[in-house]
Design a protein around this ligand. Structure first.
Ligand code: ZN
Length: 120
């Protein structure tokens, strides 16, 4: 696994992971399936993960009515939605936890990234 760290316009440091075969891990659900780097310092890739998250849209406060301030906050927001969605599906929830552990998130209820306040 390789990792790169980038800085978002809101000065968040985010670490993204990829495998040597070129696929990227989804920073929201941990699934190894993205063909493009999900996020660069310029913005999102506009690729959609199977978890439903579209990079560059669902993490752009100006693009989506549901989005909150900050890239990482939106990843957290979506991850919490997934956990809620799978709360009665132990196998899916376990799979999500395993995927998240791979990208440094030991518990699906916590974020591997720095929490920032919404800021209104
Ligand atoms: Zn995903």
């Amino acid at each position: 696994m390789q990792s790169i760290t980038i800085k978002t316009p809101e000065k968040e440091n985010i670490t993204l992971y990829k495998e040597t075969d070129g696929l990227w891990y989804c920073p929201v659900c941990g699934s190894l399936e993205l063909k493009l780097q999900p996020r660069t310092e310029e913005g999102g890739s506009f690729e959609m993960c199977s978890c439903g998250f579209e990079f560059g849209f669902d993490d752009e406060p100006a693009a989506s009515a549901q989005a909150v301030r900050g890239v990482v906050s939106n990843w957290d927001r979506w991850r919490q939605m997934l956990i809620l969605k799978f709360r009665h599906q132990p196998e899916e929830l376990n799979q999500l936890r395993l995927q998240l552990a791979k990208i440094g998130c030991e518990s699906a209820s916590t974020s591997p990234y720095t929490h920032r306040t919404n800021g209104g």
